[in-house]
Design a protein around this ligand. Structure first.
Ligand code: GLY
Length: 560
């Protein structure tokens, strides 16, 4: 079966079981505490907490995901930076029995996987959390032999939350036996064994808990199912390959695993409007790009192949093709220049190469850590006090984030009417929507509000398309319709910045600041005042989008 057929099989299977097919959400999430979407459940987070789902209480999706935590493992058989996750979701509907039975049915009946090759795990309990005997019993009832069912603790069989807080719970997992051979590492060999005999296929999460910011668990009022099945891994198993890189998904992407992995991530990130930068998401893109460029000069051709392969599945790749290729081309040039200048500086270093010097190269010439490490390696030199690099980078990121946000015009004395307050809250929604749709390179450059309209200036280097304007309006209106609470808390400035609250000139603020949050969608340091909820703001409409000055766009919008 090809990967294209598999996508269809999966969605058909769950649609027949009453699930609404939901398109993948963006790689950039509403949740300000995470950089990227890392799993299918993120776009559904509120529905586990009781908010009414517009998709009914069963959904399925194929979600674009990006995980940078596995970046060091890229190049092995099964870890990827960008991947797609198949998932089925239940919000206060079916629970363990159906989730487990359907997963096994799909693998056996639709994917033709031999049950002999499947092994199973469940949560065996840890500290105050009880053993999930129910899942084990379901496996046994399905006729699976006890020798192939294993209990594990929290590390392996408890999942979530994504970001700072959210739904989470014990899991049951389905693993595939790749080799059929007991390993040489120990006595028994079971799922999660380091010998790589098994590949984890399907993670079934039983969302029963809510973990708050202090990492305390409480029971959710309703139970839910969240499952994640890596598309590339399943394709590898079905195509009888020992690695994801040997599947049809990678066949046109050359022999370098790292390059094949990175180019997919690069294309999908660039398609989200992310551009190479020194901080945040843009920095991840820059690192991936520069590593790919170092591997091979032909990355433009590879990027075209990725676009070709996915353009019918993800229309944004087609729409943004020129932008994506331009971003890559620009980075090839700027990296070339930076390398030349950086290498000159590097060659001047006498004595030890320290973390502080690595930072110097990074901050003045944008030389990524990996490049300096590679140079040092060639010279058979070690890098001393590398932790200084991380420390300095972190400080640098915090300062630039606060600085780059520029001064917020704020509300003048004359602008305290009810209408102006609503428009002020709408401005926060607009700001987050712009960052979500156009990418986090969007920075607020100014704002002006009166009782009739809002005006918002932001950094962006081209005209917005009609579709983008529509998407932004839709997203703001969606958040208005959801009638979200607008919360205000007084916290220390440092904590506010650390928590990802958008901020303006740091030095203007007292030690304690007000942070206004609108659910997970928006979080800004701001003096207010704001509406208490979003529900009564009205209909948000963008009247005009135009250039304000070089690299800065201006939006005028109203609430109807
Ligand atoms: N949300 C389940 C997973 O990512 O494995």
């Amino acid at each position: 079966m090809t990967s294209v057929q598999l996508r269809k099989e999966f969605l058909d299977f769950f649609e027949k079981k009453g699930h609404t097919i939901v398109p993948s959400s963006s790689l950039i999430t509403d949740d300000l505490s995470v950089l990227f979407t890392t799993s299918g459940m993120q776009q559904f987070k509120p529905y586990y907490l009781g908010e009414k789902s517009p998709y009914g209480n069963r959904a399925c999706s194929i979600q674009k995901c990006l995980r940078t935590s596995d970046i060091d493992e890229v190049g092995d058989e099964s870890h990827l930076t960008f991947f797609e996750m198949l998932g089925n979701f239940s919000f206060n509907d079916y629970f363990k029995e159906e989730a487990i039975c359907w997963a096994i049915e799909f693998l056996k009946e639709k994917c033709g996987i031999d049950e002999e090759k499947l092994w199973f795990t469940f949560f065996k309990g840890e500290n105050d959390l009880l053993e999930d005997k129910e899942s084990k019993d379901i496996f046994l009832r399905l006729g699976i032999s006890e020798e192939k069912i294993f209990g594990f603790g929290k590390q392996e069989n408890f999942w979530g939350p994504t970001g700072n807080e959210g739904p989470c719970g014990p899991t049951a997992e389905i693993h595939y036996d790749l080799t059929g051979k007991s390993c040489s590492l120990g006595k028994g060999c079971k799922p999660n064994c380091k010998c790589n005999r098994f590949i984890e296929l399907w993670n079934l999460v039983f969302n029963e808990f809510y973990q708050n910011k202090k990492e305390e668990l409480s029971h959710l009022k309703q139970k839910g199912i969240d499952t994640g099945l890596g598309l590339e891994r399943l394709v590898a198993v079905m195509q009888n390959k020992s690695s994801v890189f040997e599947t049809d998904l990678f066949e046109s992407l050359g022999n370098s695993r790292i390059l094949a992995d990175h180019i997919r991530a690069i294309v999908f990130l660039a398609a989200e409007g992310i551009v190479p930068e020194k901080i945040g998401r843009g920095y991840i893109l820059r690192r991936l790009l520069r590593k790919a460029i170092r591997e091979n000069g032909e990355i433009i051709d590879l990027a075209k192949k990725v676009i070709e392969m996915y353009k019918d599945i993800y229309s944004e790749l087609k729409a943004k093709e020129t932008d994506i290729l331009n971003i890559i081309q620009k980075e090839i040039q700027s990296f070339g220049k930076a390398l030349e200048a950086g290498k000159k500086e590097y060659n001047k270093i006498k004595g030890d190469i320290t973390g502080a010097l690595v930072f110097e190269l990074y901050s003045t010439h944008s030389i990524p850590l990996e490049t300096t490490i590679a140079w040092a390696k060639e010279d058979k030199k070690e890098i001393k006090n590398i932790e200084d690099f991380y420390k300095l980078t972190k400080e640098h990121q915090e300062i630039s984030r606060a600085g780059a946000e520029k001064k917020f015009g704020g509300l003048g004395k004359e602008a305290k009417s009810e209408e102006a307050i609503k428009l002020h809250t709408a401005t926060h929604l607009l700001h987050s929507a712009l960052r979500q749709i156009l990418g986090n390179n969007v920075q607020q450059m100014g704002s002006d509000i009166n009782s009739e309209r809002l005006r918002f200036d932001f950094s962006f280097d081209r005209k917005l398309t009609v579709q983008e304007i529509k998407q932004i309006e839709d997203l703001v209106n969606q958040k208005i319709k959801q009638n979200l609470d607008v919360k205000c808390e007084q916290i220390k400035l440092e904590e506010a910045i650390k928590s990802g609250a958008l901020s303006f000139f740091k030095e203007k603020y007292p030690d304690k600041v007000s942070v206004y949050s609108i659910n997970d969608f928006s979080k800004e340091i701001c003096a207010g005042p704001h509406s208490k909820t979003t529900g009564h703001l009205g209909d948000f409409k963008i009247l005009k989008e135009k250039s304000s000055s070089a690299g800065i766009r201006r939006i005028k919008a109203i609430l109807k």
